[in-house]
Design a protein around this ligand. Sequence first.
Ligand code: FMN
Length: 338
Amino acid sequence: MSLLDTPLTRHTGIEVPLIGGAMYPCSNPELVAAVSDAGGVGIVQPISLTYVHGHDYREGLRYIRRLTPKPIGFNALIESSSRRYHERMVRWVAIALEEGIRFFITSLGNPRWVVDAVTPMGGVVYHDVTERKWALKGLQAGVHGLIAVNNRAGGHAGPKSAEALIEELGDLGLPLVCAGGVGTPEQFVQALRLGYAGVQLGTRFIATTECRASEAYKQAIVRASENDIVLTERVSGVPLSVIDTPYIRRMGLKAGPLARWMLRGQRRKRWMRMIYALKSFYQLKHASLDETGEKDYWQAGKSVAGINAVEPAGAIVRRFAAAAAVVDAAEKRVGTTR
Ligand SMILES: Cc1cc2nc3c(=O)[nH]c(=O)nc-3n(C[C@H](O)[C@H](O)[C@H](O)COP(=O)(O)O)c2cc1C
């Protein structure tokens, strides 16, 4: 059995079972292309592509295509609290298919409409989950794989460890991808050896030369240790993993009383979610690009502990692949001498 030849690599036609995860606001086209070009798969975050990095959506996809001929993926956040947003996402998925994308990662909501659109075109859908109940919903909707987001992830982390998730989801018969806490080649190999079909990395790819995030943000990731990562509800109403800074401490980590009241009622909750979504899109965009670092909502996960330099994304993918290839070669040798 090879660590580099997995259901994920076969589903997507990539060489290294490594996903450069979608990151609002950090997924710029050059970063997505660099991960794919080195043999992994970079994921387009459409709001990041258009609103943060200023590309027309279809032209942005074509720009990435000019940077690499290799497969790329698309992140569909399918939370449906706004009809306009849902309609836009339906259009974006259709255009992604027209532009040749065949790998889709859905987050939140029910992924069935994405599966129905993508499967007849020969594509696959992997669904982000943090626990079994969401995985069962994905399974019912016909997804082809699951991204198991664990408690060390950047962005919105889940409550469970990578080990617990593989235990909990292992019997569902779907390929599982480990998302969270992987910052070094050793951790990459460890996740594959646990039985994961691939690994999704976010934080590691912010500290790269291709990422357009500010230098201050990248250096904060390089400097940070695991204890510097805290969860704040101030940005999106649900815990978001960020680097502890004086600004974060000034703002506090809990949602304010008005937000908490809004989040309690069914109808109010929908409004509050929408307000949070708009506010966080604005806030995170500015924080990620601002060189002064005064209002620093710097999203990052616990993998910061293993990130010690800003490097080209391709070098990271190749280093991780080489570490897995060494294990593969050693196991083959043992196999032939047995
Ligand atoms: C800055 C940042 C933004 C993120 N934005 C998104 C997003 O828009 N959509 C999504 O599905 N996941 C998002 N994620 C999660 C990543 O795709 C990935 O699953 C996660 O970062 C893996 O954990 P790691 O940061 O420890 O590598 C984000 C993560 C980070 C760090």
